[in-house]
Design a protein around this ligand. Structure first.
Ligand SMILES: [Zn+2]
Ligand SMILES: [Zn+2]
Length: 299
């Protein structure tokens, strides 16, 4: 899942595809992306089943890329990233337009609710345990991640959502955050649970603290308000992964809603009309302002 969602270009291409881009030229017009990078991502996203490639012209053959149901079902993740960046990353607040719900004609914020009982849900209302196919060794990075300063943008990435990418783009960061959500606070407990090399772990804790997602208090690392607000991104990403990449022996993570006692299935609703959101009714799903970055890319 992180292999797909941890790549910012993949998220931006998926977003533009959801907003109606299908042809190669649509993507190059909308994104400050080089031909080599776009060609590689379109091919990887087709292999991953996010896009379907259809020939629309012969001699020369030209292809259109349409979102599959797997690709379309990424919209709750994109909407959650959008909301978090807008609310918690100061320089994004004025840059990202508000999201508009077509059904009620209001600007809205998405809320995570329980499909079973329809109540709004936070991380405090869930119990989490490993399912049949779940364990850190199976979920953890196989390759190590190079040290990186919190502000450095990974080479070749657009850097439009740097804070989200510092979480999703690094497997240790994601794992540390999930572990923090289930209540881990001490360095040694993170190390024991994750089996992380101390250097990598110290590095990720420092980066997450510097970006205000964790705060370090008396030897403990605790989620800040900004950190707890990442919950919708984690939950929608997890549900997307479990829906589309289920292991033969079952789910990796089992969630239960303590209020109603049912297995938890997240539904995004509109905070204005309380109706369930549908991808097609959300306008301005992540649409970066590209003027400032487009000019920097050779045509
Ligand atoms: Zn419930
Ligand atoms: Zn609404």
């Amino acid at each position: 899942m992180l292999g797909v969602l941890g790549d910012e270009w993949t998220l931006l291409i998926a977003q533009q595809a959801l907003l109606g881009a299908t042809r190669y030229g649509d993507f190059t017009t909308r994104l400050p992306i080089s031909h080599a990078v776009l060609t590689r991502r379109l091919s990887a996203m087709t292999d991953d089943g996010l896009l379907a490639r259809l020939a629309y012209q012969d001699k020369p053959t030209r292809y259109a890329y349409q979102t599959t149901s797997r690709g379309r079902s990424l919209w709750p993740v994109l909407t959650s990233i959008w909301e978090w960046e807008r609310r918690w990353v100061p320089e994004q607040a004025h840059r990202l337009p508000t999201m508009h719900h077509v059904a009620c004609d209001a600007d809205f914020a998405p809320l995570i609710t329980c499909r079973e009982c329809a109540e709004p849900v936070t991380e405090k209302d869930l119990t989490v345990r490993w399912g049949p196919s779940g364990s850190w060794p199976r979920s953890m990075p196989v390759e190590s991640t190079r040290r990186r300063s919190p502000s450095a943008k990974p080479s070749g990435q657009p850097g439009l959502f740097p804070e989200t990418m510092s979480i999703l783009g690094n497997r240790w960061s994601f794992a540390v955050l999930v572990t923090a959500f289930v209540g881990t606070t001490r360095f040694n407990d993170f190390a024991d649970q994750l089996g992380a090399p101390p250097g990598s772990l110290a590095d990720r804790l420092q980066i997450l603290t510097a970006s205000g997602v964790l705060s370090s208090v008396g030897g403990r690392y605790v989620l800040t308000e900004k950190g707890r607000a990442v919950f919708p991104v984690l939950i929608t990403a997890l549900q997307w992964a479990q829906r589309w990449f289920t292991a033969p022996d079952g789910a990796a993570v089992l969630l239960r809603h303590t209020l109603c006692g049912h297995a938890f299935d997240a539904v995004l609703t509109c905070d204005q009309c309380a109706g369930p959101l549908r991808g097609a009714e959300v306008q301005s799903i992540p649409q970066p302002t590209l003027e400032d970055t487009a000019s920097a890319v050779p045509q």
